[in-house]
Design a protein around this ligand. Structure first.
Ligand SMILES: [Zn+2]
Length: 326
């Protein structure tokens, strides 16, 4: 009998890095979460190496029993160099990841865009089993996507295909995106930028209505304290203005989803990210309702990912399974 092999999965975000030791069938044995060490650009790889060693020790798994290390990270990245290049959520220009890790541990190490990994994870372990046309969309701090079309994972020349958060949805470009360009989907509907959208809309609304709203009360009359959570919580409590703004965000999301459906023609779209997972109905209902106004292709099933917050981890496992030499 062949000895069982394990996979080390890394989900690297702007704030947290999460690691899990997994079986090949995606059952997770041990998990660790830490704040990302941003002391210098080499610190992140070192931190990952340290956690891998301790996770293996705790689970009595030898490094030699690992099939490889999969890293799912927000981009932009260079697939070939195994590095992040001007990452939007880390304060460095260049973060080399795969080389130092594979050299130190003697293990094949793969870096993929977190949403590219996620769509692989969805197909291997989630709602996309057996499907050849799937898109994954995250609406969290930022907006991103991954796509499998005709059974092929879309990667692009550098590994940055399906950067859908930077599709332009407002040709007037009223709001500026974290990438520096104007009018991108992410600049309006991501967790980080929803407050900018809300503040812009509130300027168009008469003061009395704004002052009566729960949004205003929740930030103690200081709109600089606004967060996407404040908006969605006010909407959940039935605040009329908050519900109206959530609907407008939903219409913009529907435009983004329609662009994605028109481009990739998927049979399933799964949606993750904290903004979605914490407000499934408020985020997904308006998308389902309004997408038909913008789409030409047949509308696919649209649902929250059943893998929840672990989709990055499952994606990193699936990436190793896909990219390891056979
Ligand atoms: Zn952008």
């Amino acid at each position: 009998m062949m000895k069982e092999k394990y996979i080390m999965a890394v989900d690297l975000g702007g704030t947290r890095v999460r690691l899990a030791l997994s079986n090949e069938d995606g059952s997770l044995i041990g998990k660790v979460q830490e704040r990302v060490d941003k002391s210098n650009e080499e610190a992140i790889a070192k931190q990952i190496i340290t956690i891998i060693r301790s996770l293996c020790r705790e689970s009595s798994v030898d490094l030699a029993e690992l099939e490889g290390v999969g890293i799912a990270s927000a981009g932009p990245l260079s697939l070939k160099e195994g590095a992040l290049i001007n990452p939007t959520n880390l304060p460095f220009e260049y973060v080399l990841l795969t080389k130092p890790i594979s050299k130190e541990l003697g293990l094949p190490t793969y870096l993929v865009n977190d949403c590219t990994a996620a769509v692989l994870g969805e197909r291997a372990f989630g709602a996309g089993k057996g499907l050849d046309n799937i898109v994954y969309i995250t609406i969290g701090t930022g907006i991103g996507g991954g796509a499998i079309v005709d059974g092929q994972l879309l990667l692009g020349k550098d590994g940055n295909a399906v950067e859908i958060g930077h599709l332009t949805i407002d040709f007037e470009g009223r709001l500026k995106c974290g990438c520096g360009k104007n009018g991108h989907w992410e600049a309006y509907c991501s967790g980080r930028n929803i407050p900018n959208f809300v503040r812009m809309k509130l300027e168009e609304i008469d003061e009395a209505t704004v002052e009566k709203s729960l949004i205003y009360a929740k930030v103690k009359r200081d709109l600089s304290k606004l967060t996407s959570e404040v908006l969605f919580n006010a909407a959940k409590e039935g605040d009329k203005l908050a519900l109206r703004l959530v609907k407008e965000i939903g219409i913009l999301n529907a435009i983004g989803f329609a662009n994605v459906i028109n481009a990739y023609d998927p049979s399933l779209i799964t949606v993750g990210g904290t903004v979605t997972l914490q407000n499934k109905k408020l985020v997904l209902s308006p998308v389902r309702r309004y997408v038909k106004n913008y789409v030409v292709n047949r509308i696919p099933k649209i649902m929250a990912t059943p893998l929840g917050e672990d989709i990055g981890i499952f994606g990193a496992v699936a990436a190793v399974l896909k990219f390891r030499p056979r």
